[in-house]
Design a protein around this ligand. Structure first.
Ligand code: ZN
Length: 147
């Protein structure tokens, strides 16, 4: 972060606190060269992640929908909603870290399966057996409910 006064590249953080709204971190910085102070804000990036379906249509990544599918797949298994939330968190951060703004439904399904295998084999098999045939989570969830 360059100093806005002299352009020097090195600054130190003299104070750091969560903003009143709770969605940003406010940092007070001091330039190591001119000693002027300025404020920066750090916010979570609003990433419009899109899922590309088999027919090439795109829809926004729907975290709640994926969670519902996972809950159905892990019904009556020793898996907590928190573990499923953490699984989705892992996928989201992997996509964030790779700066992917689009993910194919197939790749997304594979990411889920890879993690589900570590979590619960039965949930993995349920998810795999149905998901492989479908590229759409709505279809998938209703199909799983029939089982
Ligand atoms: Zn400066």
């Amino acid at each position: 972060m360059r100093c806005p006064y002299c352009g020097h590249a090195e600054t130190k953080v003299v104070d750091s606190r969560v903003s009143e709204s709770g969605d940003a971190i406010r940092r007070r910085r001091e330039c190591l060269q001119c000693e002027q102070r300025f404020t920066t804000y750090e916010r979570r990036e609003e990433m419009p992640l899109l899922v590309v379906k088999r027919d090439s249509s795109r829809e926004p990544f729907d975290r709640a929908k994926l969670l519902r599918g996972l809950i159905v797949a892990s019904a009556k298994r020793n898996v907590t909603p928190q573990q499923l939330e953490a699984l989705i968190d892992g996928i989201e951060s992997e996509l964030h870290n790779s700066f992917s703004y689009e993910v194919s439904a197939k790749h997304l399904g594979d990411m889920v399966l890879k993690r589900l295998l570590d979590l619960d084999k039965v949930a993995y098999i349920r998810f795999a057996s149905v998901y492989k045939q479908f590229q759409d989570l709505d279809e998938f969830t209703s199909e799983l409910k029939k089982l």
